[in-house]
Design a protein around this ligand. Sequence first.
Ligand code: 13P
Length: 246
Amino acid sequence: MTQRCKFAAGNWKMFGTSADLSHVDAIAQAARDLAGIVTVLCLPATLLSRAADSGLALGGQDCHTASQGAHTGDTAATMLADAGASYVIVGHSERRSDHGEKDADIAAKAQAAWAAGLTAIICIGETRKDYEAGRTLDVLRTQISGSVPQGATPQNTVIAYEPVWAIGTGLTPTSEEIQTTHAEVRDMLASHTGDGADLSVLYGGSVKAANAAEIFALPDVDGGLVGGASLKAADFIPIMKALAAS
Ligand code: 13P
């Protein structure tokens, strides 16, 4: 029996101050009324403890590989958990490009997340150059084998497939491409690790209310990791509803 869940996950990136907590509360309220989906907001670390009372599942956006130490400016998974997170994104393409994170770093971060009791949302995705060269599946296979540690289970790991060229651009692959890629990713996960076939695989990259229903209807898509359209309750709630209806 599959253990896949439907996730409406928001990634606020480096947006949001205390003035935006009203959106967290509105999203939490909507989440209470929607059955069958898990709603998670991955907030800036500065907002996590402020949002902890919302009742919503919260996530961080990155963590260090160590549980503590002399690492100025970094945040340990244990600290995210202490602040109220139960998830953390690792290996987002913006971390891979802005901070030079490699697959081995991301695997170590996922293990640090697990050790802190967090579910790791591990991101994979090809660049435009790779996409145009027809290398998408090769890139994803390499990223999965390098950044998804053995021991990944549906309880401790969620995969987010985010084509880099679709993030924040308004562009998306076609529905057929998304479905084909997700099915391939699921096969790769199954051959990579024991419980791989049962992991939830989210699509991310320019998800919005207008395209959510079509994307979420695809059989191998288990929800979305949403950036810009998760910042405002009025944008994100219709996406949550599309997922609940899928
Ligand atoms: P957008 O939804 O803004 O394209 O961002 C996607 C993303 O990077 C989520 O992690």
